[in-house]
Design a protein around this ligand. Structure first.
Ligand code: XIL
Length: 370
């Protein structure tokens, strides 16, 4: 009896191992359609949880740093750069044969205050800010020259209504700060792809503004390879139709698309944007799934993921990469944004590092396009 039980367990373990070995990864399944990437944090790069590190290496064909290349961490003071983490991340991606995106060079968030002020605490002159941008970009891009596939050169320069965000860059330099950033990045690594990245690209007024920006950059002779649509999504918004409309608009203007920060929050949301400084009070009603997600809600989320993924595949002639913003439900930024301390379930891997069943469906869908 005991022996029978042991052999039954052995067979089950063996079958499970064979099954996981036979499982295609997302990176493999989407090969030839687009890159499939993931945002990684430093614990994952360092192998603090080896299972997560292994999943990142095996499942994805591209990576992007979740934080370590942003202006504040990589350039905390005027004459101080902190390279250790970014160096490790780039080496990690190379070891895994993954396309590496640099995120991000010029952004109003996660940037040191020093960037915009002089010794007296006053705003620097336009010339000085331009020079600081040039130094920052040429140092960071130059250090990884030839190793980074492409850079998010400017992140989130527009409001949803299509007007320019009144960031310090805009206040001091006007809209030309965007052009300068692209010029400096191209000078530092002429072979790197260069992207403009933003959230709520599905909002028509914002999408129009981005299309105009790309046209202006091209007229000015700047290299720009694609627009990154962050794609931080909710259960109902953006709609599939508005997402497709934005893809059409970009494609019609001859612009390639990257889905750069995909996640679909399962929680109710007080806010539809992704400005990282947004913050709302916690309440139990806004955190309904602490003990797990009811099946009917899970089914809805699965359908939403598959609908969106199907759309990305439909536009695969112009969608060059799809990147999810995090690996597991444990480590997603959405557990703390825009409300701190909730339990969200937006990722493709669960809190036990298990691939969610919907991933198999995604893989089947991708194979249909082969
Ligand atoms: C987020 C990270 O995921 C968090 O860890 C960090 O605290 C704040 O920034 N748009 C972007 C990303 O371009 O860089 C942001 O990442 C999410 C919104």
């Amino acid at each position: 009896m005991k022996i029978e039980l042991i052999s039954a367990v052995t067979v089950i373990v063996l079958l499970a191992t064979l099954h996981s070995m036979a499982q295609k990864s997302l990176g493999e399944a989407t090969k030839g359609e687009f890159l499939f990437g993931v945002a990684v944090n430093m614990n994952q790069v360092k192998g603090i949880n080896p299972i997560e590190t292994e999943l990142i290496s095996k499942e994805f064909s591209a990576i992007v740093p979740e934080n370590c290349m942003k202006p504040q961490p990589i350039h905390p003071k005027k004459n101080r750069y902190y390279w250790k983490d970014a160096d490790k991340l780039v080496t990690f991606g190379e070891k895994n044969n993954q396309a590496i995106t640099g995120h991000c060079l010029i952004w109003h968030s996660q940037i040191g205050k020093w960037f915009f002020i002089d010794a007296d605490g006053k705003d620097v002159s336009p010339e000085e800010l331009k020079e600081r941008m040039r130094q920052h970009i040429s140092k960071v891009v130059g250090r990884y020259k030839g190793r980074i596939k492409g850079w998010d050169v400017v992140n989130e320069a527009f409001e949803d209504d299509g007007s320019y965000r009144k960031s310090k860059f805009y206040q001091i330099l006007g809209k030309d700060f965007i052009k300068y950033a692209f010029q400096f990045a191209h000078e530092a690594d002429p072979n790197a792809e260069l992207y403009y990245n933003d959230y709520n690209v599905e909002t028509p007024s914002k999408c129009d503004a981005i299309v105009e920006l790309v046209k202006d950059l091209r007229t000015a002779g700047c290299r720009i390879d694609a627009v990154g649509s962050q794609s931080h999504m909710h259960m109902n918004l953006p709609t599939l139709d508005s997402t497709e409309a934005s893809f059409k608009k970009l494609r019609d203007a001859g612009i390639h698309i990257l889905i750069t920060e995909w996640d679909i929050s399962i929680l109710p949301s007080p806010y539809e944007g992704a400005n990282v400084s947004a913050n709302f009070n916690y309440s139990k009603e806004m955190d309904p799934y602490r003990d797990g997600v009811p099946d009917v809600i899970q089914q809805k989320w699965n359908k939403r993921i598959l609908d969106m993924f199907g759309l990305f595949l439909k536009y695969r002639d112009v969608v060059d990469r799809v990147t999810v913003w995090g690996l597991t439900d444990n480590s997603t930024w959405l557990n703390n944004f825009p409300i701190h301390g909730r339990k969200d379930y937006p990722m493709l891997f669960d809190r036990n590092n298990q691939r969610k069943p919907v991933v198999d469906e995604m893989i089947k869908l991708a194979e249909k396009f082969k």
